[in-house]
Design a protein around this ligand. Structure first.
Ligand code: OGA
Ligand code: FE
Length: 282
């Protein structure tokens, strides 16, 4: 039997959810860890829950961007090194924009940042160069931060017009170097999310400005999924925001890294890159 034949359809793992500040204040967290303590300054606490996470290897087509909020693809990238930010921007950005436009039918797609993550147990994550997997259920954007991104990253002459039509924020997440068996990404099917009850806007404090992300409260209805052993020739599109709110289209995808209890012994540490894109439609 091969390793994939032996892989279970569902694994159980601990996910870390949000618990609101008890004094009623707006939640905040700092993006960088303190260089001495290695902890993130914040005014809220975490709660761990053991949940089922379905491995959808072999059933990748059961989820789409507009139903579940995320979708898997097998499309190798020409750029494979991911060691130099300038080369990533010059080579990996353009080919990824083409993938996203072709898949979604968007008329314009603008990458506004990328994050390379490499798991390094014990290392303090005090700068953008040292990002690691994120073991915390979250959504990258809120409505306010999505609109702010359009103003920040598009010319002022274009922004008002673009904001009148449908736009989305989508992440393109891909493993680097080897399959991501170690600390993979779990994604929550939008159809199992209660947007009003589960999501809490949270200030994200950067060194020079404030952003806003969604923290996520535990809800036993949440349906979690992952693609076991996702390979560097594959990627997942993760919808973080959609302005089309009138017809049941998936609006967003809570997600988190998790420790998979079935990770094979000796698996290399996870390495991945996510691009964040503003995606516009005519
Ligand atoms: C993301 C994200 C976390 C991780 O791509 O938005 O939250 O562990 N990634 O890769
Ligand atoms: Fe995220």
């Amino acid at each position: 039997m091969s390793a994939s034949d032996a892989a279970p359809n569902t694994v159980q793992a601990e996910l870390i959810y949000f618990s609101a500040p008890t004094d009623g204040s707006k939640p905040y967290s700092h993006i960088n860890a303190d260089p001495v303590t290695g902890t993130w300054k914040r005014n809220w606490t975490s709660e761990s829950y053991t949940v089922d996470i379905e491995n959808i290897r072999g059933k990748e087509d059961s989820v789409t961007l507009d139903t579940a909020g995320f979708q898997f693809f097998r499309r190798p990238a020409t750029h494979k090194a991911f060691t130099d930010d300038k080369a990533v921007e010059a080579e990996y950005y353009p080919e990824s924009i083409e993938f996203v436009k072709e898949i979604t039918g968007a008329s314009r797609a603008v990458i506004f940042d990328h994050t390379i993550r490499r798991r390094r147990p014990g290392e303090i994550e005090d700068s953008p160069q040292k990002r690691q997997p994120v073991p915390q259920v979250h959504v990258d954007q809120t409505t306010a931060s999505a609109i702010a991104r359009v103003h920040r990253h598009l010319p002022p002459t274009d922004a008002p017009d673009l904001l009148r039509r449908r736009f989305q924020i989508i992440n393109l997440w891909r493993p680097i170097s080897h399959a991501a068996y170690d600390w993979p990404l779990a994604l929550c099917d939008f159809r199992s999310v209660d947007p009003k009850g589960d999501l809490v806007p949270t200030t994200l404090v950067y060194p020079d400005r404030d952003g806003e992300t969604m923290s996520v409260r535990f809800n036993p209805n949440h349906k979690w999924k992952y693609l076991r052993g996702i390979e560097p020739d594959e990627f997942v599109l993760i919808k973080c925001f959609d302005s089309k709110t009138d017809d049941g289209t998936a609006l967003l995808t809570p997600h988190t890294a998790f420790q998979d209890p079935t990770t094979p012994e000796g698996t290399p540490y996870r390495e991945s890159i996510e691009l964040r894109l503003l995606v516009f439609y005519d």
